[in-house]
Design a protein around this ligand. Structure first.
Ligand code: FAD
Length: 684
């Protein structure tokens, strides 16, 4: 036995790298962002050397945006300076060799902030590493780095993760090249913030490394192979490899449920068991959708988020294919040119499948993307396209203000004629991935543990510049599913866009969509007696529906709990009666919960002067102050741009009035409440 054990140990030791690679392949293969070397090494310096890379970009991304910017930065460094860039997820590496990167290598970090100034989940190991080295002033004295953070000024800890990273890196002796850049999603300026930082930083990098700008040249990261036959291994837009025929998702042998884990790499294809229109309005829609998760081992908690994986509308796919004169039926495979790169989506696939399911084609176009496409602009408009890509204000008034997507912009610039000759591989590398959209779960894990409810306002506004409505990808898909389910084919036909509802190889037939749950920290107080003040106008009421359902279910299961509960005070707002969400349900809950639940409604357009939730808070200031005094927790959900700030100000003013302090001191109290977890926001 001892000899056998010894042999196994020796075998494992000698083949450690191969075993790691095998494990990585088995478990992470469908994560296209994964970048490790062929031997599965997590040693950052080793991977750079093994792949002959001379520039390092590491990203920490929660939803994919930081990854997108990191890739753009890498693509431009390669195009302008012919650098051999490695762009990788912080999650996939150990950093012990960060101070001994190959000669001349600079590292750029692109890090988004999540929650209360936190690092994204995948960058937690990096944060731990930084915590270990920050007290040693020479731990990273060989490292030269630049850093860009993605955040939102409406949050208390704006760009908290990138700021922490900067502080700890410099404390450990690393040398910052240029200035830290910060992108502000709250002001909607992330793209321009990035452009300003990128231009400045690339100038510094060129100086430090003595680089000379070359003619911008696109070099593909993949070998493109055209395939002839459509076999079962060709993706038609399946959300992950496991869904290709014969669809062998791991299943629990005892329960028969799909095991997962279901996350950004692998969603669960959930049947939609109910779907209904919540508004009674001629021109606005809000869809309530119920996803059945009973066939999976997915669990959720009240206050979590549901990620819904969309696909692009058929009309938009056709427009895109026709602008670039692409043959949707073409089958292709992408072979990465080195081991640090993975295809951005499941391959082999068809062009139509990639455009429908994997690439974001309808969002606002970035100035940098237009700049990279300028090389391929038809000769007669090349100068104009180049000028637009270089002039922030012109780009803003000519392209952004008109809400053009990429195809709209190119058609507009080229007199409605297509752009031929843009390499399809460039588009694959240039355009962001089609990412899931998040929804605050509006059901209660106690009341409905196997069903998840989402409440989504449909994004659909007329656009004179394009002549067609500007639409949101996911919410219109949810609406079409609702109309199809209810059999309202007339309304379905009138929708501005339509979707291939059956999905790839009929995977979504009968009304299904890929979803996964993202756990949040938005939770009711664990102590039942603590009162709660919830402020959620519009669809911001979603998690509070979950909270109230939770307490109502508790009271139903054990009536003795009711007297022990603290009051739940909900401030809700809508325009008028036609968009008053879940009106009947609140009445029902008030019956179950008695004086433990109250809803105060601001119907903003029901009178001449607009009334919003913050006005109602001010009108009920004595009760609000009394609840705050007795330790109430405050929850705010919904619009991050204005509402969250207005509500915070209103509450600070209430505190100022009752405590006889200044509004600034009121704000300080709220900040302290945030730190203590007594004031939580779920805003977007
Ligand atoms: P997208 O395709 O993402 O488009 C976004 C917006 O851009 C739309 O208004 C669209 O009309 C517009 N747009 C499209 N193309 C262009 C263009 N070329 N130029 C300019 N604008 C363009 N929403 C809810 O309704 N309910 C919730 O409970 C909810 N909870 C959320 C929780 C979290 C944590 C987060 C982050 C967001 C939440 N959201 C919620 C917002 C939600 O995730 C989506 O952003 C929203 O539903 C729009 O998604 P979409 O795919 O339909 O629109």
């Amino acid at each position: 036995i001892c000899l056998g054990a010894l042999l196994v140990i020796v075998f494992v030791y000698r083949n450690l790298d191969k075993i790691k690679a095998f494990i990585a392949d088995q478990f992470f293969d469908n994560d296209p962002a994964l970048a490790i070397d062929a031997n599965g090494s997590r040693d950052i310096a080793h991977v750079l050397t093994a792949n002959n890379k001379n520039y390092l970009i590491l990203y920490g991304s929660q939803t994919g945006t930081a990854e997108d910017y990191a890739r753009k930065f890498g693509k431009e460094l390669t195009a302008r300076f012919h650098l051999n860039v490695m762009c990788a997820d912080l999650e996939n590496f150990d950093f012990d060799s960060l101070n001994s990167l190959p000669e001349g290598v600079i590292a750029t970090f692109v890090i988004s902030t999540y929650g209360e100034g936190d690092f994204p989940d995948g960058a937690v190991n990096f944060e731990q590493y930084l915590n270990e080295v920050e007290d040693s002033p020479d731990a990273l004295d060989n490292l030269r780095f630049s850093i860009f953070g993605l955040g939102n000024t409406t949050y208390e800890f704006y760009n908290g993760a990138a700021k922490k990273a900067l502080e700890k890196l410099t404390a450990a002796g690393a040398q910052l090249i240029g200035e830290m850049g910060v992108g502000d999603d709250g002001a909607g300026t992330t793209d321009e913030d990035y452009m300003a930082w990128k231009d400045e930083t690339m100038g510094h990098i060129a100086k430090v490394l003595d680089l000379h700008e070359q003619e911008q040249e696109y070099t593909p990261s993949f070998t493109y192979t055209k395939l002839e036959s459509l076999t079962d291994s060709v993706s038609l837009g399946e959300p992950a490899k496991q869904y290709l025929p014969p669809r062998d998702l791991p299943t629990n042998a005892t329960t028969g449920k799909q095991r997962g884990p279901f996350d950004l790499a692998l969603p669960y294809v959930a049947p939609i068991t109910a779907s209904r229109e919540l508004f009674q309005s001629a021109d606005r829609n809000c869809i309530h959708t119920e996803f059945d998760i009973s066939g999976s081992e997915i669990t959720y908690e009240t206050g979590d988020h549901l990620a819904i994986w969309p696909s692009n509308a058929t009309e938009k796919v056709q427009q895109f294919l026709s602008v670039f004169q692409l043959d949707g039926d073409e089958i292709f495979d992408l072979t990465p040119l080195d081991a640090t790169i993975k295809p951005p989506f499941l391959c082999p696939t068809t062009i139509a499948a990639a455009v429908t399911h994997y690439i974001e084609i309808t969002g606002p176009i970035s100035r940098q993307s237009l700049g990279l496409l300028a090389t391929y602009a038809p000769a007669e408009i090349k100068d104009r396209v180049t000028a637009l890509s270089k002039d922030k204000d012109l780009f803003s008034s000519e392209i952004l203000a008109k809400k053009f997507n990429l195809a709209d912009a190119l058609l507009y610039l080229n007199d409605n004629k297509p752009w031929e000759g843009v390499p399809w591989t460039l588009l694959i590398e240039l355009l962001p991935k089609l990412l899931p959209r998040y929804y605050s779960i509006s059901s209660s894990a106690l009341a409905e543990p196997t069903v998840i409810h989402a409440t989504s306002i449909v994004e659909n506004t007329p656009n004179e510049a394009t002549g067609h409505n500007t639409v949101g990808v996911t919410t219109n898909l949810l609406r079409e599913l609702q109309l199809a389910k209810s059999g309202d084919s007339a309304a379905q036909a009138q929708m501005p866009v339509h979707y291939a509802l059956d999905g790839p190889r009929g995977l979504y037939h009968g009304g299904k969509l890929p979803v996964h749950v993202r756990h949040s920290t938005f939770r009711l107080p664990s102590n039942l007696a603590v009162p709660v003040i919830m402020i959620g106008p519009g669809t911001g009421v979603a998690p509070f529906r979950g909270f109230v359902r939770e307490r109502a279910k508790m009271a139903e299961l054990d009536p003795e709990l009711l007297p022990k509960m603290g009051k739940m005070f909900l401030f809700y707002g809508s325009r008028d009666e036609s968009d008053y969400l879940y009106r009947d349900e609140w009445v029902q809950h008030a019956t179950t919960l008695g004086d433990k639940f109250e809803i105060d409604v601001a119907l903003s357009r029901a009178q001449a002067k607009k009334v919003y939730v913050q006005h109602r808070l001010a009108q009920r200031k004595e009760e609000v102050a009394q609840l705050l005094n007795s330790g109430a927790h405050v929850y705010v959900c919904g619009d991050a741009k204005r509402m969250a700030r207005d509500v915070q100000r209103a509450l600070a003013d209430i505190l100022a009035a009752v405590k006889d302090i200044s509004p600034d001191e009121g704000q300080e109290i709220i900040k302290a409440m945030k730190v203590a977890g007594r004031y939580q926001e779920d805003i977007w």
